[in-house]
Design a protein around this ligand. Structure first.
Ligand code: MN3
Length: 337
C-alpha cells in the first residue's frame, strides 16, 4: 500500500512537472516544445489532422523563423519572455515568431478533455470572485475570440495588479508585449486563427469557440495562474507600464547618450524639458510594487538635480560641468530604472 502511495505521488509530480516544462522559459536556439498528448487526444473537439498540421507545421515554422530572425543579433541573449516584453523594438520578424512560439506552447498546455473547472482551486476561486462564475468567463472568452477581426488570440491573463482579466490580440501578439494595450501574463490561450479550426468548423468560428471553452485544462491553468503571480516578469511589465518613468527615460536617453559622444546640444536645448518630466514623474502615479520610500527619495533627488542642471544650462556653464551633472542625474535615474 505504502509503495502504491509513493507511485501515485511520483506520477502526480511527473504530471505537474510536465505542465511546467511546456511553457518555454527558453533562450536561443529555441526548440519546439513537446506536444503533451497525441494528435487524437482532443477529438471530437479538435480533429487529429488539424492538430498535426497546427503543431508540426505552423508552430514548428514559428520556432524555425524565430531562430532565423534572432541569429547573429543582440537578441540571441534574450529569453523568450524578454523578446516578447521588448516586441516594440525587436522588429516584426522577431515579434511575430516569438509570439507564435509562446502562444502556441501555451495553447497546447491549456487544452484537455479531462480537466474540468474546479471552483475550489486557486484560479477557480479567482474566476468566481472576478467574473461571478466559470460560465460568465466562458462567455467573455467566446466574445473576445468572436469579435477579434482577422487572425489573433483570446486570453485569460493576470494583470500587473494581480487580477484576472480577458482580452484579445491581433496576429501573434500577446499581453506580455510592450505593444499590447492590455498588459499582463496570459494563463489561458485560445487560438482564433482559421488554421486552428477550419478543417472541422470551416467559417463557423463561433462553433469552434463554444466547443473550445469547454475543452480547457483547468489543472494547467491553475498552475499557470500561481506561476504567473510569482513570476518576476509581472513586475517587469508593471515597470514597463510606468508612463512617467518611460517619458523621463526618453528625454534622458536622447540627451545623455549624445553627451557621452561630446555632443552637448541636446541637453542644452532640453534641460527644461528634462526637469519638467522629472516633476511629472514625481507627481504622477507610481505602480504599487515601486511605491516605496527609497524610490520616492530617488525621484526627489532626480527633481532636485534636474533643477540644478537646468540652472547650469541657463547660466551657460562649460561642457565639462554640464556633462558631469548629467552623468550624476543618469546614475540616479538608473537607481530607479
Ligand atoms: Mn495557430
Amino acid at each position: 500500500m505504502k509503495n502504491l502511495r509513493y507511485i501515485a505521488l511520483f506520477t502526480i509530480t511527473l504530471l505537474l512537472t510536465g505542465f511546467s516544462t511546456l511553457l518555454p522559459a527558453q533562450n536561443y536556439p529555441f526548440e519546439l516544445s513537446r506536444l503533451p498528448y497525441a494528435y487524437t487526444a482532443l477529438e471530437p473537439v479538435i480533429d487529429a489532422q488539424t492538430m498535426e498540421i497546427h503543431y508540426s507545421k505552423h508552430h514548428a515554422t514559428y520556432v524555425k523563423n524565430l531562430n532565423l530572425a534572432v541569429k547573429g543579433t543582440e537578441y540571441e541573449k534574450y529569453t523568450l519572455e524578454e523578446l516578447l516584453l521588448y516586441a516594440g523594438e525587436t522588429g516584426d520578424a522577431v515579434r511575430n515568431s516569438a509570439g507564435g512560439h509562446y502562444n502556441h506552447s501555451l495553447y497546447w498546455n491549456t487544452l484537455s478533455l479531462n480537466n474540468p473547472f474546479d471552483a475550489l482551486s486557486d484560479v477557480g476561486k479567482a474566476v468566481i470572485a472576478t467574473f461571478g462564475s466559470a460560465d460568465s468567463l466562458k462567455k467573455l472568452l467566446t466574445k473576445a475570440g468572436a469579435t477579434r477581426f482577422g487572425s489573433g488570440w483570446a486570453w485569460l491573463y493576470v494583470t500587473t495588479d494581480k487580477k484576472l482579466a480577458v482580452c484579445s490580440s491581433p496576429n501573434q501578439d500577446n499581453p506580455i508585449m510592450d505593444v499590447s494595450p492590455e498588459r499582463g501574463i496570459p494563463i489561458l490561450a485560445i487560438d482564433v486563427w482559421e488554421h486552428a479550426y477550419y478543417l472541422k468548423y470551416q467559417n463557423k468560428r463561433g462553433d469552434y469557440l463554444s466547443a473550445i471553452v469547454n475543452t480547457i485544462n483547468w489543472a494547467a491553468v491553475n498552475k499557470n495562474y500561481t506561476d504567473a503571480l510569482a513570476n518576476p516578469l509581472l513586475k517587469d511589465i508593471e515597470k514597463d507600464t510606468w508612463t512617467g518613468l518611460n517619458e523621463f527615460h526618453e528625454v534622458m536617453s536622447q540627451t545623455f547618450h549624445p553627451s557621452q559622444d561630446g555632443d552637448l546640444n541636446p541637453i542644452r536645448e532640453r534641460s527644461g524639458e528634462l526637469l519638467a518630466r522629472a516633476k511629472d514623474l514625481q507627481s504622477g502615479k507610481i505602480p504599487a510594487s515601486f511605491n516605496t520610500a527609497e524610490i520616492k527619495n530617488s525621484i526627489a533627488s532626480l527633481v532636485k538635480e534636474a533643477g540644478v542642471l537646468n540652472q547650469l544650462v541657463i547660466k551657460k556653464a562649460d561642457d565639462k560641468t554640464i556633462t558631469k551633472k548629467l552623468g550624476e542625474l543618469h546614475e540616479i535615474f538608473h537607481s530607479i530604472k
